[in-house]
Design a protein around this ligand. Structure first.
Ligand SMILES: Nc1nc2c(c(=O)[nH]1)N[C@H]1C(S)=C(S)[C@@H](COP(=O)(O)O)O[C@H]1N2
Ligand SMILES: [Mo]
Length: 319
């Protein structure tokens, strides 16, 4: 079940990362200094905050066997090239705007087809199961990808607590939509709140990660703090950020992207190089930081783990 284990690759990456971050914090302080000089000390408040967003280490994170033998995408790219439309549609908008997101107090309500519906506080979610680092590929439907060291544990650990009933066939995720703190929610790019969904067996699959951190640290707001899912064999938009409610349901949920454009964004959205998006090819992808394109892998490289979930299904029809 586990992916290729390459602790050697991982530790060398981490060394490279430490050097990289050192250099980066030096450049960041140099940049603030230069900007302060240029503006006579007046930085726009948003820029000042983004530049100094506090970073917090997560305690007790253990390495896991879930990794891929590829170079990690630098922290800088993971946290400044984002899709989080509640904070704007430009890739740089979330890092600029998401400082307004209030991640405490935070609760996740889990209800619907289950024996023990409950509201979990974020502090309890952080302690519910051991935190693991898992290096996953993330493939956006826009044909770019990253390799990201997420921190969390299998979503199944949380779902088990509420004891899904026999009627639970799908899981619906509803994410925060607060027009006060999320400028994008005042516009109409999507119908808010952002809703995503998985079939129950997909949600219970050990690869599906309830994600609380990245690079050993608390999840930055722009990456979906304080809690999101990451479903590595599906296009990135299935990995809903800043989850407020989870509902176990009998019918396939209506999801934000499927409602917006059903011919382009199917419910399953498994990464599939053989099924093109109506407006572009999905055969290849640009790994952020690389020049030459890579071939996109079936199920984003996780076929061995997940292909059996779709036995007998026509993947061109159920895209
Ligand atoms: N709530 C919410 N979740 C979201 C999105 C969004 O706009 N809003 N964008 C999705 C898309 S398109 C992608 S590619 C991933 C990006 O995650 P990252 O910015 O942490 O890499 O988040 C997904 N989750
Ligand atoms: Mo995406």
């Amino acid at each position: 079940m586990h992916l290729i284990r390459r602790p050697d690759v991982l530790s060398s990456e981490i060394t490279a990362k430490a050097a990289y971050l050192d250099r980066r914090s030096f450049m960041a302080s140099a940049a603030i200094g230069a900007a302060a000089l240029a503006t006579g000390g007046l930085l726009a408040p948003d820029e000042a905050r983004a530049a100094t967003a506090p970073r917090e280490k997560l305690a007790g994170v253990r390495k896991s066997g879930w990794t891929v033998p590829e170079t990690l995408t630098p922290y800088q790219d993971v946290t400044t090239y984002n899709n989080y439309y509640e904070f704007g549609t430009d890739k740089a908008d979330p890092a600029r705007n998401a400082h307004t997101l209030k991640t405490r107090p935070w609760t996740v309500r889990i209800e619907g087809e289950c024996v023990k519906p409950a509201t979990f506080g974020i502090e309890d979610i952080l302690k519910l199961a051991p935190l693991e680092e898992r290096v996953y590929r993330l493939r956006c439907v826009e044909a770019w990808s990253m390799v990201i060291p997420w921190v969390g544990y299998s979503l199944s650990e949380l779902l088990k607590k509420v004891e899904p009933t026999g009627n639970a066939k799908f899981v619906e995720f509803t994410t925060l939509a607060d027009p006060e703190t999320m400028p994008g929610v005042r516009g109409r790019v999507l119908q808010w709140p952002y809703v995503e969904g998985l079939r129950l067996d997909e949600a219970m699959h050990p690869l599906t990660l309830l994600t609380l951190g990245v690079y050993g640290e608390v999840l930055p707001n722009q990456n979906g703090a304080p809690v999101r899912v990451v479903v590595p064999w599906k296009y990135g938009f299935k990995s809903a950020k800043s989850i407020a409610r989870i509902r176990l349901v009998e019918k396939m949920p209506a999801t934000a992207w499927n409602r917006a454009q059903p011919s382009e964004y199917g419910f399953f959205s498994n990464v599939n190089p053989e099924v093109d998006h109506p407006r572009w090819s999905q055969a290849r992808e640009r790994r952020i930081g690389e020049f030459r394109k890579r071939d996109t892998l079936m199920f984003n490289g996780y076929a061995e783990q997940v292909a059996s979930l779709y036995t007998g299904m026509d993947l061109k029809r159920w895209f």
